[in-house]
Design a binder for this molecule. Structure first.
Ligand SMILES: [Zn+2]
Length: 183
């Protein structure tokens, strides 16, 4: 397994950080600090890896305890919304909680790149979302509905099962797909 934080040791050191912010976020004091017992490298570096990386980025790694309690992860094909993060309001005052929730929602796209899946229905994608594609700069068409461009998928890992089942691409890097761009 490739370790997202370089090594388990670093993840553990951050997990156990003794600074006041981490202690407050984790909800522990000197007297009741049981974080060492709660350290689970496998869980942290797999199921919770994306959300943990995001919390570190936002300088609130201690909140990972609350995310684990509420089984709130950032993985698969779903992004987090306000409703998923309501539990943060029990830990902070409204202003601080709102700020953290806003930052998480805004920055989450840097930490989860969704796999591409074939869809029959039209899908709206947030302008913030990062797509694992390289776009052909030349337009293939343009109409009232938008522009049509070809793109290549940057890595096989970003192809969802739907594409794999159909065996649409023997060589992913050379396979072109069509994307509609709406202005
Ligand atoms: Zn700290």
């Amino acid at each position: 397994m490739q370790e997202p934080f370089g090594s388990t040791t670093i993840a553990e050191a951050i997990f156990l950080c003794d600074c006041p912010v981490c202690r407050k976020d984790a909800g522990v004091t000197d007297a009741n600090d049981n974080r060492a017992d709660r350290f689970n490298a496998k869980e942290l570096l797999e199921k919770y890896a994306n959300i943990y990386a995001l919390l570190i980025y936002l300088r609130h790694p201690g909140l990972i305890h609350a995310f684990r309690e509420h089984e709130c992860t950032l993985q698969g094909t779903r992004f987090l919304g306000n409703n998923d993060l309501q539990f943060l309001f029990t830990r902070f005052d409204i202003q601080e909680a709102s700020g953290i929730v806003e930052e998480i929602i805004q920055e989450q796209y840097k930490f989860l790149v969704r796999k591409l899946e074939p869809r029959n229905e039209q899908t709206r994608i947030s302008a913030e979302e990062i797509l694992p594609i390289s776009e052909d700069p030349n337009r293939k068409g343009e109409g009232d509905f938008g522009q049509v461009r070809f793109f290549t998928i940057q890595h096989e890992d970003y192809l969802g099962d739907g594409f794999k089942d159909q065996q649409v691409c023997t060589s992913v890097r050379q396979y072109f797909m069509i994307m509609l761009i709406f202005d």
